[in-house]
Write a protein that binds this ligand. Structure first.
Ligand SMILES: NC(=O)c1ccc[n+]([C@@H]2O[C@H](COP(=O)([O-])OP(=O)(O)OC[C@H]3O[C@@H](n4cnc5c(N)ncnc54)[C@H](OP(=O)(O)O)[C@@H]3O)[C@@H](O)[C@H]2O)c1
Length: 278
Protein backbone atom coordinates (compact mmCIF):
# COMPACT_ATOMS: atom_id res chain seq x y z
CA UNK A 1 0.00 0.00 0.00
CA UNK A 2 1.25 3.50 -0.82
CA UNK A 3 2.43 5.59 2.10
CA UNK A 4 2.30 8.82 0.12
CA UNK A 5 -1.43 9.45 -0.05
CA UNK A 6 -3.18 12.73 -0.72
CA UNK A 7 -6.36 13.08 1.34
CA UNK A 8 -9.12 15.17 -0.21
CA UNK A 9 -11.67 16.42 2.33
CA UNK A 10 -15.06 17.55 1.08
CA UNK A 11 -14.49 14.97 -1.66
CA UNK A 12 -18.14 14.88 -2.75
CA UNK A 13 -18.38 18.67 -3.01
CA UNK A 14 -17.85 21.20 -5.80
CA UNK A 15 -14.10 21.44 -5.56
CA UNK A 16 -13.30 18.13 -3.84
CA UNK A 17 -14.77 15.89 -6.50
CA UNK A 18 -13.03 17.83 -9.26
CA UNK A 19 -9.70 17.78 -7.40
CA UNK A 20 -10.02 14.05 -6.71
CA UNK A 21 -10.62 13.28 -10.39
CA UNK A 22 -7.63 15.36 -11.47
CA UNK A 23 -5.31 13.68 -8.96
CA UNK A 24 -6.50 10.23 -10.03
CA UNK A 25 -5.69 11.06 -13.65
CA UNK A 26 -2.20 12.06 -12.49
CA UNK A 27 -1.87 8.61 -10.82
CA UNK A 28 -1.62 10.26 -7.42
CA UNK A 29 -2.82 7.92 -4.65
CA UNK A 30 -5.93 9.69 -3.34
CA UNK A 31 -8.11 9.15 -0.31
CA UNK A 32 -11.44 10.85 -0.97
CA UNK A 33 -13.14 11.65 2.33
CA UNK A 34 -16.37 13.22 3.55
CA UNK A 35 -19.33 12.08 5.65
CA UNK A 36 -20.87 10.18 2.73
CA UNK A 37 -17.61 8.96 1.14
CA UNK A 38 -16.31 5.40 1.39
CA UNK A 39 -13.69 6.84 3.74
CA UNK A 40 -15.89 8.69 6.23
CA UNK A 41 -14.70 12.03 7.54
CA UNK A 42 -16.81 14.27 9.74
CA UNK A 43 -15.51 17.60 11.05
CA UNK A 44 -17.60 17.04 14.19
CA UNK A 45 -16.40 13.48 14.93
CA UNK A 46 -12.65 13.71 15.48
CA UNK A 47 -12.52 10.06 16.56
CA UNK A 48 -12.56 9.08 12.88
CA UNK A 49 -9.81 11.42 11.71
CA UNK A 50 -6.79 9.17 12.37
CA UNK A 51 -8.17 6.57 9.98
CA UNK A 52 -8.44 9.24 7.27
CA UNK A 53 -4.92 10.52 7.96
CA UNK A 54 -3.12 7.16 7.94
CA UNK A 55 -0.19 7.24 5.43
CA UNK A 56 -1.27 10.69 4.23
CA UNK A 57 1.46 13.18 3.34
CA UNK A 58 -0.69 15.89 1.74
CA UNK A 59 -4.25 17.02 2.44
CA UNK A 60 -6.72 19.25 0.62
CA UNK A 61 -8.79 20.88 3.33
CA UNK A 62 -12.35 22.10 2.72
CA UNK A 63 -13.53 23.55 6.03
CA UNK A 64 -17.07 23.73 7.36
CA UNK A 65 -18.41 27.23 8.13
CA UNK A 66 -17.68 27.08 11.85
CA UNK A 67 -14.58 28.55 13.50
CA UNK A 68 -12.41 26.03 15.34
CA UNK A 69 -12.23 22.50 13.97
CA UNK A 70 -9.39 23.14 11.52
CA UNK A 71 -7.09 23.90 14.49
CA UNK A 72 -7.77 20.44 15.95
CA UNK A 73 -7.42 18.84 12.53
CA UNK A 74 -4.05 20.47 11.88
CA UNK A 75 -2.71 19.24 15.23
CA UNK A 76 -3.89 15.74 14.41
CA UNK A 77 -2.39 15.94 10.91
CA UNK A 78 0.98 17.01 12.33
CA UNK A 79 0.93 14.07 14.74
CA UNK A 80 0.00 11.68 11.93
CA UNK A 81 3.01 12.69 9.80
CA UNK A 82 1.22 14.85 7.21
CA UNK A 83 3.67 17.23 5.56
CA UNK A 84 1.56 19.58 3.45
CA UNK A 85 -1.87 21.22 3.65
CA UNK A 86 -3.75 23.07 0.92
CA UNK A 87 -6.69 25.02 2.34
CA UNK A 88 -9.73 26.32 0.47
CA UNK A 89 -10.77 29.78 1.68
CA UNK A 90 -12.55 32.86 0.33
CA UNK A 91 -11.34 35.75 -1.84
CA UNK A 92 -10.21 38.80 0.14
CA UNK A 93 -10.62 36.93 3.44
CA UNK A 94 -8.78 39.68 5.35
CA UNK A 95 -11.58 42.17 4.66
CA UNK A 96 -14.56 40.21 6.00
CA UNK A 97 -14.21 41.62 9.52
CA UNK A 98 -16.09 39.98 12.36
CA UNK A 99 -18.83 38.64 10.11
CA UNK A 100 -19.58 34.92 10.46
CA UNK A 101 -17.77 34.25 7.17
CA UNK A 102 -14.81 36.38 8.21
CA UNK A 103 -14.42 34.56 11.52
CA UNK A 104 -14.75 31.12 9.88
CA UNK A 105 -12.27 31.82 7.12
CA UNK A 106 -9.68 33.49 9.31
CA UNK A 107 -9.91 30.73 11.91
CA UNK A 108 -9.14 28.09 9.27
CA UNK A 109 -6.41 30.20 7.68
CA UNK A 110 -4.78 30.89 11.07
CA UNK A 111 -4.80 27.16 11.80
CA UNK A 112 -2.78 26.22 8.71
CA UNK A 113 -0.56 29.31 8.86
CA UNK A 114 0.33 28.59 12.48
CA UNK A 115 1.21 24.97 11.85
CA UNK A 116 4.65 23.48 11.39
CA UNK A 117 3.54 22.02 8.06
CA UNK A 118 4.07 23.33 4.55
CA UNK A 119 0.83 25.12 3.68
CA UNK A 120 -0.85 26.96 0.83
CA UNK A 121 -4.15 28.84 1.00
CA UNK A 122 -6.46 29.15 -2.00
CA UNK A 123 -8.83 32.09 -1.61
CA UNK A 124 -11.53 31.66 -4.22
CA UNK A 125 -14.09 34.26 -5.26
CA UNK A 126 -17.72 33.23 -5.87
CA UNK A 127 -17.95 30.22 -8.14
CA UNK A 128 -19.63 30.75 -11.52
CA UNK A 129 -21.28 27.37 -10.92
CA UNK A 130 -23.27 28.86 -8.02
CA UNK A 131 -25.65 29.89 -10.82
CA UNK A 132 -26.41 26.20 -11.32
CA UNK A 133 -28.88 26.59 -8.48
CA UNK A 134 -26.98 26.05 -5.26
CA UNK A 135 -26.40 28.09 -3.23
CA UNK A 136 -27.83 31.13 -5.03
CA UNK A 137 -31.11 29.46 -6.00
CA UNK A 138 -30.69 31.15 -9.35
CA UNK A 139 -30.97 28.42 -11.96
CA UNK A 140 -29.58 29.44 -15.33
CA UNK A 141 -31.89 29.91 -18.27
CA UNK A 142 -35.02 29.64 -16.18
CA UNK A 143 -37.24 31.85 -14.07
CA UNK A 144 -36.33 35.12 -12.47
CA UNK A 145 -33.17 34.88 -10.35
CA UNK A 146 -33.55 37.18 -7.37
CA UNK A 147 -30.61 38.10 -5.16
CA UNK A 148 -29.65 40.93 -2.81
CA UNK A 149 -26.83 42.10 -5.10
CA UNK A 150 -26.66 45.35 -7.05
CA UNK A 151 -24.05 47.19 -9.09
CA UNK A 152 -20.90 45.85 -7.45
CA UNK A 153 -19.06 43.49 -9.81
CA UNK A 154 -18.04 40.02 -8.65
CA UNK A 155 -15.00 38.33 -10.27
CA UNK A 156 -16.72 34.92 -10.56
CA UNK A 157 -14.26 32.05 -10.85
CA UNK A 158 -14.91 28.86 -12.73
CA UNK A 159 -14.74 25.79 -10.48
CA UNK A 160 -12.62 24.07 -13.13
CA UNK A 161 -9.96 26.74 -12.55
CA UNK A 162 -10.13 26.31 -8.77
CA UNK A 163 -9.70 22.56 -9.22
CA UNK A 164 -6.87 22.97 -11.74
CA UNK A 165 -5.00 25.23 -9.31
CA UNK A 166 -5.63 22.96 -6.33
CA UNK A 167 -4.47 19.86 -8.22
CA UNK A 168 -1.34 21.67 -9.42
CA UNK A 169 -0.47 22.94 -5.94
CA UNK A 170 -1.14 19.52 -4.37
CA UNK A 171 1.16 17.94 -6.97
CA UNK A 172 4.09 20.37 -6.65
CA UNK A 173 5.69 20.03 -3.19
CA UNK A 174 7.85 22.96 -2.15
CA UNK A 175 6.76 25.28 -4.97
CA UNK A 176 3.83 26.96 -3.24
CA UNK A 177 4.90 26.91 0.40
CA UNK A 178 3.49 29.76 2.47
CA UNK A 179 1.63 31.26 -0.49
CA UNK A 180 -1.88 32.74 -0.33
CA UNK A 181 -3.38 32.64 -3.83
CA UNK A 182 -6.38 34.84 -4.60
CA UNK A 183 -8.32 32.91 -7.24
CA UNK A 184 -10.63 35.11 -9.30
CA UNK A 185 -12.04 35.10 -12.77
CA UNK A 186 -10.53 37.40 -15.41
CA UNK A 187 -13.03 40.24 -14.85
CA UNK A 188 -15.83 41.36 -12.59
CA UNK A 189 -19.47 41.09 -13.60
CA UNK A 190 -22.53 42.25 -11.74
CA UNK A 191 -25.05 39.52 -10.98
CA UNK A 192 -27.37 41.09 -13.54
CA UNK A 193 -24.63 40.96 -16.20
CA UNK A 194 -23.87 37.34 -15.36
CA UNK A 195 -27.53 36.38 -15.64
CA UNK A 196 -27.77 38.27 -18.94
CA UNK A 197 -24.86 36.25 -20.37
CA UNK A 198 -26.58 33.01 -19.38
CA UNK A 199 -29.84 34.26 -20.84
CA UNK A 200 -28.17 35.25 -24.13
CA UNK A 201 -26.40 31.88 -24.42
CA UNK A 202 -29.61 29.98 -23.75
CA UNK A 203 -31.88 32.22 -25.82
CA UNK A 204 -34.33 32.16 -22.92
CA UNK A 205 -35.63 35.35 -21.31
CA UNK A 206 -34.09 35.19 -17.86
CA UNK A 207 -34.33 38.48 -15.99
CA UNK A 208 -32.36 39.32 -12.88
CA UNK A 209 -34.27 40.92 -10.01
CA UNK A 210 -32.62 42.67 -7.09
CA UNK A 211 -34.28 42.02 -3.76
CA UNK A 212 -33.53 43.19 -0.22
CA UNK A 213 -31.38 41.12 2.12
CA UNK A 214 -34.43 40.55 4.37
CA UNK A 215 -36.47 39.26 1.40
CA UNK A 216 -33.65 36.92 0.42
CA UNK A 217 -33.30 35.48 3.93
CA UNK A 218 -37.08 34.99 4.10
CA UNK A 219 -37.09 33.20 0.72
CA UNK A 220 -34.31 30.85 1.75
CA UNK A 221 -36.09 30.03 5.02
CA UNK A 222 -39.33 29.41 3.10
CA UNK A 223 -37.38 26.98 0.92
CA UNK A 224 -36.31 25.03 3.99
CA UNK A 225 -32.98 26.60 4.94
CA UNK A 226 -32.19 27.01 8.62
CA UNK A 227 -32.37 30.63 9.85
CA UNK A 228 -28.62 30.75 10.67
CA UNK A 229 -27.62 29.27 7.33
CA UNK A 230 -29.89 31.69 5.47
CA UNK A 231 -28.51 34.67 7.38
CA UNK A 232 -24.96 33.49 6.76
CA UNK A 233 -25.47 33.48 2.98
CA UNK A 234 -27.37 36.78 3.04
CA UNK A 235 -24.58 38.38 5.04
CA UNK A 236 -22.14 37.34 2.33
CA UNK A 237 -24.11 39.35 -0.24
CA UNK A 238 -24.33 42.36 2.09
CA UNK A 239 -20.55 42.30 2.56
CA UNK A 240 -19.88 41.91 -1.16
CA UNK A 241 -21.95 45.05 -1.75
CA UNK A 242 -19.17 47.05 -0.02
CA UNK A 243 -17.04 46.37 -3.12
CA UNK A 244 -13.85 45.49 -1.26
CA UNK A 245 -13.74 41.99 -2.79
CA UNK A 246 -14.46 43.12 -6.36
CA UNK A 247 -10.81 43.14 -7.42
CA UNK A 248 -9.26 40.56 -9.72
CA UNK A 249 -5.98 38.76 -9.32
CA UNK A 250 -3.42 37.11 -11.65
CA UNK A 251 -2.84 34.18 -9.30
CA UNK A 252 -4.57 31.57 -11.48
CA UNK A 253 -2.07 32.41 -14.22
CA UNK A 254 0.77 32.47 -11.68
CA UNK A 255 0.08 28.83 -10.82
CA UNK A 256 -1.19 27.46 -14.14
CA UNK A 257 0.59 29.65 -16.67
CA UNK A 258 -2.69 30.54 -18.38
CA UNK A 259 -5.54 32.95 -17.72
CA UNK A 260 -8.69 31.89 -15.85
CA UNK A 261 -11.72 30.88 -17.89
CA UNK A 262 -14.12 33.73 -18.74
CA UNK A 263 -17.69 33.56 -17.40
CA UNK A 264 -18.89 32.94 -20.96
CA UNK A 265 -17.29 29.46 -20.83
CA UNK A 266 -19.50 28.59 -17.88
CA UNK A 267 -22.57 30.10 -19.59
CA UNK A 268 -21.94 27.88 -22.61
CA UNK A 269 -21.56 24.72 -20.53
CA UNK A 270 -24.54 25.55 -18.30
CA UNK A 271 -26.87 26.20 -21.18
CA UNK A 272 -25.64 23.14 -23.11
CA UNK A 273 -26.56 21.09 -20.05
CA UNK A 274 -29.97 22.76 -20.01
CA UNK A 275 -30.46 21.89 -23.67
CA UNK A 276 -29.66 18.23 -23.00
CA UNK A 277 -32.23 18.15 -20.19
CA UNK A 278 -35.01 19.27 -22.57
N1 LIG B 1 -19.57 28.69 -3.13
C1 LIG B 1 -18.65 29.60 -3.37
O1 LIG B 1 -18.80 30.44 -4.27
C2 LIG B 1 -17.36 29.60 -2.56
C3 LIG B 1 -16.35 30.52 -2.92
C4 LIG B 1 -15.17 30.49 -2.19
C5 LIG B 1 -15.00 29.61 -1.14
N2 LIG B 1 -16.01 28.76 -0.81
C6 LIG B 1 -15.79 27.84 0.32
O2 LIG B 1 -15.81 26.54 -0.20
C7 LIG B 1 -16.12 25.64 0.86
C8 LIG B 1 -17.08 24.60 0.31
O3 LIG B 1 -16.35 23.89 -0.67
P1 LIG B 1 -17.03 23.19 -1.88
O4 LIG B 1 -17.90 24.18 -2.59
O5 LIG B 1 -15.97 22.47 -2.62
O6 LIG B 1 -17.95 22.11 -1.16
P2 LIG B 1 -19.53 21.96 -1.21
O7 LIG B 1 -19.95 21.68 -2.61
O8 LIG B 1 -20.14 23.09 -0.46
O9 LIG B 1 -19.72 20.61 -0.39
C9 LIG B 1 -19.31 20.50 0.96
C10 LIG B 1 -18.41 19.28 1.11
O10 LIG B 1 -18.06 19.14 2.47
C11 LIG B 1 -18.58 17.89 2.97
N3 LIG B 1 -19.09 18.15 4.31
C12 LIG B 1 -20.18 18.86 4.66
N4 LIG B 1 -20.33 18.85 6.00
C13 LIG B 1 -19.30 18.11 6.48
C14 LIG B 1 -18.91 17.70 7.79
N5 LIG B 1 -19.61 18.03 8.89
N6 LIG B 1 -17.79 16.94 7.92
C15 LIG B 1 -17.09 16.57 6.83
N7 LIG B 1 -17.39 16.90 5.58
C16 LIG B 1 -18.51 17.66 5.41
C17 LIG B 1 -19.65 17.46 1.99
O11 LIG B 1 -19.73 16.05 1.85
P3 LIG B 1 -20.61 15.10 2.79
O12 LIG B 1 -21.99 15.66 2.79
O13 LIG B 1 -20.47 13.75 2.17
O14 LIG B 1 -19.96 15.16 4.14
C18 LIG B 1 -19.08 18.01 0.67
O15 LIG B 1 -18.14 17.11 0.15
C19 LIG B 1 -16.69 26.47 2.01
O16 LIG B 1 -15.71 26.54 3.02
C20 LIG B 1 -16.91 27.82 1.36
O17 LIG B 1 -16.74 28.87 2.27
C21 LIG B 1 -17.18 28.71 -1.50
Amino acid sequence: MSNDITAVLGATGNTGRRVTARLRLRDTPVRAASRSSRTPFDWFHPAGWDQVLRDVTTAYVVPVPVPGPVHDFVARAEAAGVRRLVLLSGHDADDWGDSASGLDMRSAEDAVRGSALEWTTLRASDFAQNFDGHPFRAPPAAGEPALPAGAVPEPFIDLEDVADVAAAVLSEPGQHAGRVYELTGPRGLTWAEAVELISRASGLPTVYRRISPAEYTATLVQEGWGQDEAQHLTEMFVLLERGTAAWTSDDVATVLGCAPRPFEDFALRATAAEARRC
